[in-house]
Design a protein around this ligand. Structure first.
Ligand SMILES: Cc1cc2nc3c(=O)[nH]c(=O)nc-3n(C[C@H](O)[C@H](O)[C@H](O)COP(=O)(O)OP(=O)(O)OC[C@H]3O[C@@H](n4cnc5c(N)ncnc54)[C@H](O)[C@@H]3O)c2cc1C
Length: 312
């Protein structure tokens, strides 16, 4: 493994032969030959710069709550941001490293009577994944909180500071989806808020999720809103696909936009359901639902291309 040298020299923790089902929220997938855990943003940038210099392909992951790995063995290493959890309070703003969980970010600032992405507290991912996909819930999204983003650019191997406008946020989209750039940290607005009111809203949001979303392993909503304005869940339900099962994967009966792991699902089962749903909705409604989730490729060559909305 040529990519191990830098990790050893730079004292970056890593694990080899990692079962992806132990990381991915869908609890499926094969094995990663190696997962590196840089402890902070500067170490992540230095690691990626070294690997880019050596032409080593890789993928950066957060909590894998929106990423479907393949079955079998990946041909490239992963870099997890999960140890990068520093938060710096600037008073009216906060800088969060890419691995900070949205829940942790919101709770810490709630306790201080401030609101940093509190509307997004129930989304189970990291700041990195959430900024990339402009994650949103209950009518709010990351774009309303982000002031600046510190990003590593593999093409120049430099670190760039982008304004929110530079990030080109739109519905579940940002410039990071169209480039190979990696979020190192984001500075987000902190507003004065009443802690009790925020706790009440969080409880209401959690209650809503318990009532309307499945509790089985999933990656959240699989598809983006359809080009005709309908939600994919609405169309999947209307097409009678709730409960449709392939191997261990099924369309949730509680929320038709979710595919769940009913036990022992392979990544192939999940992909087969996705393709079937896309085919049925195209046939029945003339719309092709694009994936909101990211599907990791198995081979290293694919890592060199900018990701897109469908492939991640
Ligand atoms: C039960 C459940 C409910 C959910 N509800 C919602 C919801 O209400 N709204 C919503 O928007 N999402 C929702 N999601 C999806 C998911 O939680 C969000 O999209 C989240 O922001 C993904 O973060 P992550 O750290 O898990 O990203 P990952 O899945 O690890 O990564 C997602 C993509 O981002 C890339 N990435 C990760 N870190 C970085 C980085 N630092 N720089 C550049 N690219 C990076 C990865 O390569 C991958 O392509 C839900 C998921 C689940 C399981």
């Amino acid at each position: 493994m040529p990519y191990r040298r830098y990790l050893i020299d730079a004292h970056i923790p890593y694990q080899t032969d990692v079962p992806l089902s132990s990381i991915c929220a869908m609890r499926c997938g094969g094995t990663a030959p190696l997962v590196a855990y840089p402890p902070d943003a500067a170490t992540l940038a230095a690691l990626l710069r070294a690997w880019d210099g050596d032409g080593i392909p890789y993928r950066v992951i957060g909590a894998m709550t929106n990423t479907l790995p393949p079955d079998g063995r990946l041909s490239y290493p992963l870099v997890s941001t999960c140890s990068m959890t520093h938060l710096t309070d600037h008073g009216s703003s906060v800088t969060a490293e890419a691995g900070v969980r949205l829940t942790m970010l919101a709770h810490r600032f709630m306790r201080m009577g401030r609101d940093v992405a509190a509307y997004l507290v129930t989304i189970p991912g990291t700041v990195g994944g959430a900024v990339r996909g402009n994650a949103g819930a209950f009518g709010h999204d990351m774009a309303e909180y982000v002031l600046t983003c510190e990003v590593y650019d593999p093409d120049t191997r430099a670190t760039v500071l982008y304004s929110a406008a530079d990030m080109a946020f739109s519905y579940r989209d940002s410039r990071l989806k169209h480039t190979r750039q990696i979020l190192l940290s984001a500075t987000l607005q902190a507003r004065e808020r009443d802690e009790a009111a925020m706790q009440e809203r969080e409880a209401a949001d959690r209650q809503w999720r318990r009532e309307h979303q499945p509790t089985e392993p999933s990656l959240g909503s699989v598809f983006l809103r359809l080009p005709d304005g309908h939600s994919a869940a609405e169309r999947i339900d209307a097409a009678g696909l709730k409960g449709l099962t392939f191997g261990g994967a099924a369309v949730s009966r509680r929320h038709a936009g979710f595919i769940i792991n009913t036990g022992g699902a392979s990544a192939r089962d999940v992909r087969a359901l996705i393709y079937y749903i896309q085919h049925r909705l195209a046939e029945q409604y003339g719309v092709h639902p694009s994936c909101e989730i990211c599907i990791l490729p198995k081979e290293e060559s694919a890592c060199h291309f900018p990701s897109n909305k469908n492939r991640g």
